[in-house]
Each structure stands twice: as C-alpha cells, then as structure tokens.
Design a protein around this ligand. Structure first.
Ligand code: ADP
Ligand code: ZN
Length: 286
C-alpha cells in the first residue's frame, strides 16, 4: 500500500491506495488542520492500520525542500503559527521508516494531473488553484520542480489595470496575482462573494485578464504543455474562454501555442488532484 498526506490550511487529508491502482483509494480521512500536537497523532494512527511502503506528502507552504538544509522537511513561514517551523517530515519519519516524497500541495496536484488527470501523456504542466489564495505547482520533464526552494507562482507581480483601483490584499505584497485575483479580492471589489456574481459581471473580465497575464508569464518562464486551473473561483466555467482569448491577445503570436482550448484547461481530478498526486509521488520513491 502507498500512503498520501495532503496538508491544507483548513484540513489534512490522508489516504492509502494499492500501488498498482493508486486512483482506487482504499481509505481516506480528513482531519481539521488544528495544531501539530492534536493532528499528527491522528495522521500516524491512520497509517498504523496499513502495511505502508512509501508516503507522499504535499503540504501547504512555504516549506523547506532543500535536502542539504538542517530544516529540510519543515514547514517554514506560515501564518498558521502552530505549524511555523514544525518538523512535519521528521515527525512522520520517526513513526514510519519508509521512503518519502516531500513537496508542496500544489506541486503534488500538478503531478497528479500529469499522471492521472488533464495532462496525461504530457511531461510538462502547471497547476494553479484560484481559491482563498492562489498557488501553483510546476512539473517539467516528468518531475516536480524545486530549486533551493519551491515555486510560489501565485505571488508573481502582474500589470494592474489602470481602471482597477483595488489596492490588493496579499498580506505580503498587496497587489501580486493572489492579491488582485484570488477569491477574496473579487469579493472585496464586488462587496459579495465571487460565487454570487452573475456571469456577465465585469468582475470576470478583470479576473480573466489577470489570469491570462499570469498564463503568459508561466508560458514564457516554463514552457509547459498545459496550464491547468483548479480551485473554487475556477468553477466559473465561463472564465476559461475569456482567459484563453486574453492569453492569445497578450502573447500576440510570439510563441506557437496553437490549440489554446487544449492548453489552458480545467483540472480533471477536481478535489482529488492533490491526494492522487501524493500517491503518485509516493510511487516514484519505490
Ligand atoms: P480554499 O482555497 O480555501 O481551499 P476554495 O478553492 O473553495 O477553497 O476557494 C474559496 C474561494 O473561492 C472563496 O473566495 C470563494 O468566494 C471562491 N469560490 C468558491 N466557490 C466559487 C464558485 N462556485 N464561483 C466563484 N468563486 C467561488
Ligand atoms: Zn503575494
């Protein structure tokens, strides 16, 4: 059996699946993120019921992914204070001496989509979730990319449009992509939650423009074969044609992206992208 832990800001999902058929999840639990003292024993108790060969962990970040660092495997600078500087991977290793894959939740989701979702058959993809925040993972040549750290492509700066006077609400950068285009930014401008806005609300045009700018930047920086969107805001299916149209306009023929409707796409695994990705990453360690 393979194990998977998708650690999010509000809940932590654990799952086990056979390595021959890892999308056939045998059991899963969802635990409120709480504090490490409350939550880690529950995670460990769940896996104790199984003969686990390897575990993939996709965590909210930022996290330390540098194997040469003394704090490798730690969650680093999170506003969730109980988890700040917590040795997540080390705590798991003490409980189970198996191979681990340790990366971000969004890198795991990108890998899940590559192996079992919208990017099956590709080697290079980007996964972006547009929800309470904006986060993104990158897979190149079949591997999640990490350098000294990991990508944080939700926080890139983009060109704010002149008629948009919203100052942006990223706690670190104000008007980065997340600060201008995550769900709370849409809500702050409109005075009501994004899910309550009609499809013809001008907010969507603005949203599509910012997401298209981001897609151009990701295209120029990483050369993916697909850009895959997930998260609550992207449940607005009408956003996709708008984003593609503005993307084509902004890229202006510089690179040959021919079938844009197959390039900028919704995620196929929906809420399972992260956990399936963690299982697939666990399998990679064997
Ligand atoms: P989280 O990012 O916390 O994991 P979500 O991906 O559901 O959770 O993101 C929540 C954000 O997405 C909120 O700002 C909410 O207003 C927005 N949202 C949720 N559902 C929809 C929807 N159907 N249409 C547009 N926005 C939505
Ligand atoms: Zn930011």
């Amino acid at each position: 059996m393979l194990g998977a832990i998708e650690a999010g800001g509000t809940k932590i999902v654990c799952a086990v699946a056979p390595k021959e058929a890892l999308t056939q999840i045998a059991e899963r639990i969802s635990i409120p993120t709480g504090t490490p003292q409350e939550t880690m024993p529950k995670i460990i108790a769940f896996f104790k019921n199984y003969q686990i060969e390897a575990i993939g962990i996709g965590s909210f970040g930022p996290i330390d992914v540098d194997p040469s660092s003394p704090t490798y495997g730690f969650i680093t600078n999170t506003p969730k204070l109980a988890w700040k500087h917590f040795d997540f991977l080390g705590t798991m290793k003490k409980a189970f001496a198996v191979p681990y894959f340790w990366t971000t939740d969004v890198n795991a989701a990108a890998f899940g989509e590559l192996k079992h979702g919208s990017a099956v058959g590709n080697e290079n993809c980007i996964y972006i979730t547009v929800g309470t925040g904006i986060g993104g993972g990158v897979v190149l040549n079949g591997k999640v990319i990490e350098g000294k750290g990991h990508p944080e492509i939700g926080h890139i700066y983009i060109n704010q449009l002149v008629h948009d006077s919203f100052e942006g609400n990223c706690p670190y950068h104000k008007n980065c992509l997340e600060g201008l285009a995550a769900g709370p930014a849409i809500e702050a401008r409109a005075g009501k939650p994004a899910q309550n806005l009609a499809a013809d609300n001008p907010a969507w045009e603005l949203e599509a423009h910012y997401l298209a700018e981001a897609c151009v930047n990701y295209t120029l920086s990483f050369s993916p074969e697909k850009i895959i969107f997930g998260g609550g805001v992207m449940k607005q299916a009408h956003l996709f044609p708008l984003v593609r149209e503005k993307f084509t306009e902004l890229l202006n023929g510089y690179l040959p992206i021919s079938q844009v409707d197959q390039y900028i796409v919704p995620c196929a695994l929906q809420d399972n992208a992260g956990i399936v990705g963690c299982l697939a990453l666990a399998k990679e360690t064997l």
